[in-house]
Write a protein that binds this ligand. Structure first.
Ligand code: NAP
Length: 414
């Protein structure tokens, strides 16, 4: 592969797909996008921790070869565009990548680079595990009850970017069309956005969530929707979700309706996964009041975005919430939080979200030994009250350490 301005590392090999299976060499080349704002600080910390953990877990026989690719401010500076062709090509070529957060202007300007990448590579499952690490200060009484994995559909819904500004010709044409053809009156001074929810994309997301539940011995998959109001988008998502469950996983699942009918009467049969559904607004109070009852969640783009931040707040905040965007052979790992521009270059913020995203990446590569080392070390470091400002301010008499110092403490504890 020839790049316009990138030179791939001279050492390292490509991860490849053979007969539908991923083959990971001992020295895979992994492209990374540093990210805007706090990106450089947390990416530096992440690389140091991952390198040390991989070295330790495999006695030096395995190593990640990092390959920087550009997006956001760095892309603009070097290529004159926020998402250069080289970046697309590198992700296509090397198939597993990790990124820091990228800034998106509000109200105008370019569209979200994060959403663009997810859509371009059809990374349809945004997977966000949210679980509690002992010792992390939390605003709730029982944060340890939270252990969920959110599957957020990543490529459609109101995130499709099909929208028109108020007063534009397109918006006015659509309003006129609605009036003329359906006698629907929408105020003329409205901006217009579309919310496509398709059978195929809904079903593949729910399928991925159920497969995950089977592979990871999870007990419940909850379809979250606002189908009482948006009947033919969110309501259909729920119906298609149940269809996938019943048609493709019949011997492995039981629906909530079946669970509460004879002969089960509310008792989950051994080895079965419960498929239930909840209306989105109710779900926000359920994760607070009946936290332990939820396990794997499958939902659409906007609900998933809101829910993952809300759930992360319960276990100590955005600094600890990792994420993975996974398609059918390409994966892009990234933290749940954004670029927090006010903390740029302060070496201050919590890098755990990105480091834990790298842990998801190590698991994806089949290098779980290194991932477990990092997780255990993060737990130990937090228990020692060596934490960044976000956690320190919630603890009594704890002085925060810097982002880089926190990474050093994790490495020391490996
Ligand atoms: P944000 O960057 O997530 O920051 C919001 C607040 O969350 C921060 O002010 C900070 O809280 C806390 N926070 C975030 N990351 C943290 C970390 N690593 N450690 C500790 N605390 C952390 O959200 P935003 O300010 O709404 O968005 C900023 C930009 O990021 C926007 O342009 C947005 O579009 C973009 N964004 C990108 C992604 C992505 O790349 N995937 C995702 C979301 C947002 P305190 O102020 O309380 O310290």
């Amino acid at each position: 592969m020839m790049f316009e301005k990138l030179t791939p590392p001279s050492e390292g090999e490509k991860i490849i797909i053979e007969n539908g299976k991923m083959i990971v060499p001992d020295n895979p080349i992994i492209p990374f996008i540093e990210g805007d704002g706090i990106g450089p600080d947390i990416m530096r910390a992440c690389h140091r921790v991952v390198n040390a953990a991989v070295e330790k877990a495999f006695n030096g026989s395995r190593k990640i070869v990092w390959f920087e690719i550009m997006a956001g401010e760095k892309g603009q500076k070097i290529y004159g565009t926020v998402l250069p062709e080289d970046t697309y090509n590198a992700i296509k070529e090397y198939i597993v990548a990790i990124k820091g957060p990228l800034t998106t202007p509000v109200g105008g300007g370019f569209r979200s680079l994060n959403v663009t990448l997810r859509k371009y590579f059809d990374l349809y499952s945004c997977i966000r595990p949210v679980k509690y690490y002992e010792g992390v200060p939390s605003p709730v009484m029982h944060p340890e009850r939270m252990d969920i994995v959110i599957f957020r559909e990543n490529t459609e819904d109101v995130y499709s970017g099909i929208e028109w500004r108020e007063g534009s010709k397109e918006a006015l044409d659509i309003l006129e069309y609605l009036k003329k053809n359906f006698n629907i009156e929408v105020p003329k001074d409205s901006g217009i956005g579309l919310k496509p929810i398709s059978i195929r994309k809904s079903k593949r997301l729910v399928r991925a969530a159920i497969n995950y539940a089977i592979e990871h011995d999870r007990k419940v998959v909850t379809l979250v929707h606002k189908g009482n109001i948006m009947k033919f988008t969110e309501g259909s998502f729920r119906d298609w979700g149940y269809e996938v469950a019943v048609e493709e996983f019949r011997d492995k699942i039981i629906t909530e309706k079946e669970l509460w009918s004879p002969p089960h009467d509310g008792k989950l049969p051994e080895g079965k996964i419960l498929i239930n559904d909840r209306i989105a607004d109710s779900m926000f109070q359920q994760i607070l009041t009946r936290t332990a009852e939820y396990d794997v969640i499958a939902t659409m783009n906007l609900n998933g975005d809101y829910l993952s931040d809300a759930a992360a707040a319960q276990i100590g905040g955005l600094g600890l919430a990792p994420g993975a965007n996974i398609g059918d052979h390409i994966a892009l790992f990234e933290p749940t939080h954004g670029s927090a521009p006010k903390y740029t270059n302060q070496d201050k913020v919590n890098p755990s979200s990105l480091i834990l995203s790298a842990v998801l990446m190590l698991d994806y590569l089949g290098w779980s030994e290194a991932g477990r080392l990092i997780e255990e070390s993060i737990k130990k470091t937090i228990k020692q009250k060596k934490v960044t400002y976000d956690l320190a301010r919630l603890m009594e008499s704890v002085s925060p350490i810097k982002c880089s110092e926190y990474a050093t403490a994790i490495i020391d504890n490996l």
